[in-house]
Design a binder for this molecule. Structure first.
Ligand SMILES: Cc1cc2nc3c(=O)[nH]c(=O)nc-3n(C[C@H](O)[C@H](O)[C@H](O)COP(=O)(O)O)c2cc1C
Length: 225
């Protein structure tokens, strides 16, 4: 493989895996991934990231608390607005297609709220991944640092591929920021951005067969020359 193929394979083999094997991951692998990702660029090199690696008993307890909050429909404590309040085309159509596409793959009928909620609830079991990373940012930082943060998150997910690991980024975990912060002793001057579940893919999990489409270049690129 030439260098482009190696890099491209790492990028294009990353996908959101929603079913993991319970096999543990050694902390040395996680450190290796985080060390590589720490080379992500950030404006003025301010490196706005803070990562909590949650595994073992701490992971199980967090999952239990989140699952309880979700199943008892406790009020959400999200600290930032991820999506627009009012959806518009073409984003609403893409969003619907992603949701329905996953449910279609899993044989969940449109309008089956019980099965849809059950699948959404799997977020809080971290899709059975043995490790979840929780990401926070200092409240005082601005939009530019959130841009930096995205590069760091993607670097983690791409680096994980190099070790045969898969990931699922999860904004859903920020829905219960108060629970996450309390469980991990995160100070109030931090905002919970999201989590990333990480582990080895359970290839027998039907949810993992879903492959969302991407736009064609013509749909998002304008060449000026
Ligand atoms: C910041 C971020 C948050 C996300 N949050 C969730 C989530 O809470 N639960 C989930 O199942 N997928 C989540 N996703 C995964 C997206 O649905 C997924 O990236 C998208 O559908 C494209 O699919 P792919 O990642 O398999 O290429 C998130 C993705 C990103 C980048």
């Amino acid at each position: 493989m030439n260098e482009f193929d190696i890099v491209s394979k790492a990028i294009t083999s990353r996908r959101s895996v929603r079913g993991f094997l319970p096999d543990p991951i050694d902390i040395s692998l996680i450190n290796q991934i985080l060390s590589a990702a720490s080379f992500a660029p950030s404006g003025s090199n301010i490196q706005p990231w803070k990562v909590h690696v949650v595994m073992g008993e701490k992971r199980d307890e967090l999952s239990q608390q989140l699952l309880e909050a979700f199943s008892n429909q406790l009020p959400e404590t999200r600290e930032y607005q991820y999506y627009p309040v009012e959806w518009r085309s073409p984003y609403i159509e893409r969003r619907r297609e992603t949701g329905w596409g996953l449910y279609r793959t899993m044989g969940i009928q449109k309008g089956d709220r019980v099965a849809s909620a059950q699948q959404h609830g799997r977020n809080f079991a971290f899709f059975d991944a043995p490790v979840v990373l929780i990401f926070t940012i200092d409240n005082y930082l601005q939009q530019g640092s959130w841009l930096d943060y995205g590069m760091f998150l993607q670097s983690i997910m791409v680096s994980a591929r190099g070790l045969g690991l898969h990931t699922c980024p999860q904004a859903a975990l920020a829905n219960y920021a108060a629970i996450v912060k309390n469980h991990l002793g995160i100070a109030d001057d931090q905002t919970v951005i999201c989590g990333i579940s990480m582990g080895y893919e359970d290839t027998s999990c039907v949810a993992n067969q879903y492959r969302p489409d991407r736009m064609e270049l013509n749909d998002f690129v304008t060449v000026h020359s």
